[in-house]
Ligand binder design. Structure first.
Ligand code: NAD
Length: 342
């Protein structure tokens, strides 16, 4: 409808992006999904909304300035949610320049297109416009056994992935500070949930387990990650777009720290109950420790008290059964992940 808020989602065919597109449509937004459709982009993740009257798709690279300018002037967004990125740490170790190109150059081109569009808006629309940058807690580097990241943590990235995301965060802040672009940076914990590409730890563990393969865990499995359900992240992003303060940063997390080994054992437990293996053994028997990832950060943990206090957001998923619904989703959607396996 004419009065619906209009949102551009970059990377909307990816894991978080496809969940966000669905979330925004559910909230009455009109959505333009801009995605290059790399190996990680999958239009099947949007099958159920492809024909929605408020949904449009544009296949384009965020680093293509002409395509971005054209998209902005024809769609006329109120908000941009910027998620398009190369997102897999292990790939960044083998092909770092792809990460610099999309995450750094692409973000700069997108910011420039946003700025040109924003500068020509009426004063009222200019004031209401938002650019929401979706980033990761990995930009802050690695924690020891104690403590957590906050909005004032120093940047200390270690992988080409996290370094490129750190650069993109700085670019977004500089477009706010230099040109007044109404931008906000968010840094979120590790996401899990439906439609995550099967190279990532949780879908990989589930799929390998039920395929009778070994379940690889880096090093000794003691590395700690902080987990959040993707729908809780999407609600957090909308809260930031609606109530966040321009130029500020918001950390999004669900206080759910898990050592990798405990997480995978938990997934196996859910699988043992939901999908008992033919040989009667626990899937945990398939766990296999493999050589550690170079530069592997030891621990991430997010203090999300600012977004909880200032924007009234909190995660809905209960930590106790956090992963069960995700396990269930992959069990029920083999038709989604099977074609993605090589
Ligand atoms: P993903 O890899 O599943 O999806 C990325 C999407 O971006 C894909 O659809 C891909 O086709 C698209 N894309 C890549 N390069 C592009 C380009 N040059 N132009 C247009 N589109 C392009 O990633 P994800 O896990 O959904 O992550 C989305 C965003 O959220 C990323 O910016 C990531 O850094 C951030 N993030 C992810 C997590 C997580 O746990 N997955 C946590 C915090 C932040």
């Amino acid at each position: 409808s004419v009065n619906s808020p209009k949102s551009i989602v970059t990377g909307g065919a990816g894991f978080i992006g496809s969940n966000l597109v669905r979330h925004l449509l559910g909230k009455g937004h009109r959505v333009l999904n801009i995605d290059k459709l790399t190996y990680a982009g999958n239009l099947r993740s949007l099958d159920d909304v492809a024909a929605h009257p408020n949904y449009e798709f544009l296949q384009a690279d965020i680093a293509d300035a002409a395509a971005m300018n054209q998209a902005f002037s024809s769609f006329m967004p109120d908000t941009v949610f910027h998620l398009a990125a190369e997102s897999h740490v292990d790939r960044s170790i083998h092909a770092p320049l792809d990460f610099v190109q999309t995450n750094v150059v692409g973000t700069a081109v997108l910011l420039q297109a946003t700025l040109h569009f924003w500068e020509n808006l009426t004063a009222e629309r200019k004031a209401a416009f938002r650019f929401i940058h979706v980033s990761t807690d990995e930009v802050f580097g690695s924690l020891g056994e104690a403590g957590s990241f906050s909005e004032s943590s120093c940047y200390d990235p270690h992988s080409p992935y996290s370094a490129s995301k750190a650069a993109s965060d700085h670019l977004v802040r500089s477009w706010h500070d230099t040109y007044g672009l109404p931008a906000i940076v968010t840094n979120c914990a590790n996401n899990h949930g439906p439609r995550q590409y099967p190279e990532k730890l949780i879908p990989l563990a589930i799929i390998n387990a039920i395929s009778g393969k070994s379940i690889p865990i880096y090093g000794d499995g003691m590395n700690v990650r902080d987990w959040i359900h993707v729908e809780d992240h999407c609600e957090g992003l909308l809260a930031v777009a609606e109530r966040g303060i321009c130029g500020e940063t918001y950390l999004i997390g669900a206080n759910a720290e898990w050592r990798n080994i405990d997480l995978v054992r938990n997934l196996c437990q859910h699988l043992d109950e939901l999908h008992p293996s033919n040989n009667g053994l626990s899937y945990a028997n398939q766990i296999q420790f493999v050589n550690d990832r170079p530069g592997h950060d030891f621990r991430y943990a997010i203090d999300s008290s600012k977004i909880r206090r200032e924007l009234g957001w909190k995660p809905r998923q209960s930590p106790s059964d956090a992963f069960r619904s995700t396990v269930q989703w992959y069990l029920e959607h083999e038709n989604w992940w099977r074609p993605l396996l090589r």
